[in-house]
Design a protein around this ligand. Structure first.
Ligand code: ADP
Ligand code: MG
Length: 316
């Protein structure tokens, strides 16, 4: 391997997967020639609804699913040409937790390090346990750990061979909201040490909290791939529907600065950026124009809308 670091921790080109039909099942084109580069050092979120193809992508990188087309490199290493080293460059936390119930965290990490051929003198079990906040549980049966602790132990297990890339598939599935923070802390700490993080999720909030770059996948296609701030700028749009007591002839002049549309004789829709616009000011303008309001409702663009907007307009 050359000594220079790759620009991208992961590079997928034309990556394709069709699951072949078995028995009565239908074949499924789960990944449609996707191109996806994950910049080195980032916390990268692959966001998409259930069935979008997230796990398929991860499992191809992990060597657990055979791709049907395209190429993928991990840390600059082609997964076909050098599968051993490619796999050595990633740690994977799979969607399903699997831990030996009667092994302690310390034992589980020891076994995993053995599997990866990490010499005893180079193991950093305590460091890992500390990093994931499980030092005080180091010798407890793993079956006694909470869902959040188990997930953190899975993170430590994925890191025993010190890979430069960590991939987490739906890391907060089965983790209580209060316990997620501990998992995020561990992920952030690893990222600060230089580990590139890729995580999949179907929760926008989760991607929003943690990731600096977000790609959206839908029906096996990448429909957006942007920095978080660019994506959120797009998401920040809200609609407010205002219904008046009486019919209005025109859109009130007072609202000319806003993006307004007349829906019918008594209703208008205001589109606005929720973090730039004062709702109070908008409503104040309406009442000083002498309009009395009967009803107001707002609609946030949620993940579903974003998917729709991105799938309608593929150039976005
Ligand atoms: P996600 O992780 O985004 O929920 P998956 O990658 O698990 O999505 O699945 C993508 C699509 O491929 C889904 O329609 C799923 O039903 C299908 N699929 C996944 N695994 C298999 C398999 N082993 N055989 C057939 N179809 C599969
Ligand atoms: Mg999945």
């Amino acid at each position: 391997m050359s000594s220079s670091l790759p620009d991208y921790a992961i590079e997928a080109q034309g990556l394709d997967k069709t699951y072949r039909a078995e028995g009565k099942g239908e074949s499924k084109h789960a990944l449609k020639s996707i191109n996806l580069n994950v910049p080195r050092g980032s916390i990268f979120g692959l966001l998409g609804p259930n069935g979008a193809g997230k796990s398929t992508f991860i499992n191809i990188l992990a060597g657990m699913v055979m791709k049907t087309g395209g190429t993928a490199k991990i840390w600059g290493i082609d997964i076909d040409k050098d599968p051993r080293n490619a796999r050595g460059a990633i740690g994977i936390v799979p969607q399903e937790i699997s831990l030996d119930a009667f092994f302690s965290p310390r034992e589980i990490l020891g076994v995993q390090a053995g599997l990866y051929g990490v010499p005893k003198g180079e193991r950093y079990t305590d460091g890992l346990l500390n990093l994931v906040g499980l030092m005080d549980k180091a010798d407890a049966y793993s079956r006694t750990l909470s869902g959040g602790m188990k997930r953190r132990l899975m993170v430590a297990k994925a890191m025993v061979h010190s890979p430069p890339v960590l991939i987490l598939d739906e890391p907060t599935a089965g983790v209580d909201i209060e316990l997620r923070q501990g998992l995020w802390d561990a992920v952030r700490a690893l990222n600060e040490k230089g580990v590139t993080i890729v995580l999949t999720t179907h929760y926008l909030k989760e991607a929003e909290e943690l990731c600096d770059r977000i790609a959206i996948i839908n029906h096996g296609e990448i429909v957006a791939n942007k920095s978080k701030s660019d994506l959120l700028k797009q998401l920040d749009l809200k609609d407010m529907y205002v219904t008046f007591e009486k019919e209005i002839d025109n859109i009130p002049d007072a609202l000319s600065a806003y993006n307004v549309e007349k829906i019918d004789d008594t209703q208008i829709r205001l589109s606005y950026h929720s973090n730039k616009t004062s709702v109070q000011e908008m409503l104040g303008l309406l009442s000083s124009a002498g309009l009395s309001i009967r009803d107001i409702s707002t609609q946030e663009s949620d993940l579903e809308d974003i998917f729709l907007s991105f799938t309608r307009n593929k150039a976005a």
